[in-house]
Ligand binder design. Structure first.
Ligand SMILES: C[S@@+](CC[C@H](N)C(=O)[O-])C[C@H]1O[C@@H](n2cnc3c(N)ncnc32)[C@H](O)[C@@H]1O
Length: 268
């Protein structure tokens, strides 16, 4: 599955606002007193996680941005991030996950990735992190919760088709989609709690709402092609509302930080 740079750019400021500030403060506090961190970011896109986190960490940093899409690597590489050492590493995380973490890794991060992966892949990742007790920051994991305002006919059908599509294979096996947060928090030990990092979109966020509902409609058509006429009618009603600045949307995500290193519940 490929992600357009334009979509990642559009969502980045909303992601920045949505990220749980207390989790970010805890990561900043965790980093203080350390002289240097080697950070591995999984599914880095154009580097959104680095742009958010680097200024909040209180020590020198070297980032390795793992990404398998050459276009995103090229886009991300062309953006200056002058204060921090970083490099891209082109790697397919579905097949080569084990190769992602060099022995000197201090922190593993990811954003908006874990809902794309399968339960089996997520367990594989968590076991790797747990074996090495690696600290882990997972931001913006979609949790399946969507609300649209004002309600229009077809909302519930579209939300349910979208969530069904989210669980399709995105290159890692059948995806967890909206179940990723629960899978993650059931696997990791009780002391690590997910914190909400939802998008709350209002009347001024028309372009973001339109992009989101267009994505929902595209996914819904793929999930149930025979419902296409209904989906397009729903999209045109929703688009007209957003373009007039009426209503808004809520999209649920969660952030999680295991600062003492990942420990699996089965072993705690
Ligand atoms: C939703 S985007 C999130 C990008 C970035 N973390 C952000 O928050 O903007 C998911 C990212 O994972 C990358 N990705 C998907 N499958 C991958 C794979 N098998 N190996 C490496 N990266 C992958 C995509 O190319 C994309 O950049």
């Amino acid at each position: 599955m490929s992600f357009a740079s334009a979509w990642l750019d559009l969502r980045e400021p909303y992601d920045q606002m949505a990220r749980d500030p207390e989790t970010a403060i805890r990561i900043g506090a965790w980093s203080s007193g350390r002289s240097h961190l080697n950070i591995v970011d999984l599914g880095a896109g154009t580097g959104a996680n680095l742009r958010y986190l680097a200024p909040r960490l209180r020590c020198a940093q070297s980032w390795t941005l793992i990404e398998n899409d050459p276009e995103l690597i090229s886009d991300g590489s062309s953006r200056l991030m002058p204060d921090v050492e970083w490099r891209y590493r082109e790697l397919d995380l579905a097949s080569d996950l084990e190769a992602a973490f060099p022995a000197d890794t201090d922190l593993v991060t990811t954003s908006a990735l874990l809902d794309l992966v399968s339960a089996e892949w997520l367990d594989r990742l968590l076991h790797l992190l747990a074996q090495r007790r690696l600290p882990f920051y997972a931001a913006l994991t979609f949790n399946g919760e969507i609300e649209l305002h004002p309600p229009v006919e077809g909302d519930q059908e579209m939300i349910s088709l979208f969530n069904e599509h989210q669980r399709r294979d995105k290159g890692f096996g059948p995806a967890l989609g909206g179940n990723a947060r629960d899978h993650l928090s059931q696997a990791i030990d009780f002391s690590v709690l997910p914190a909400p990092s939802e998008w709350v979109l209002g009347t001024k966020d028309g372009p973001m709402i339109v992009a989101f509902i267009e994505g929902m409609a595209e996914a819904a058509c793929e999930a149930n092609p025979s419902a296409t006429p209904r989906i397009l009618a729903w999209l045109s009603e929703r688009r007209a509302l957003a373009e007039k600045g009426i209503g808004g949307a809520f999209v649920g995500h969660d952030d999680l930080f295991a600062g003492d290193g990942v420990r699996l519940r089965a072993f705690t």
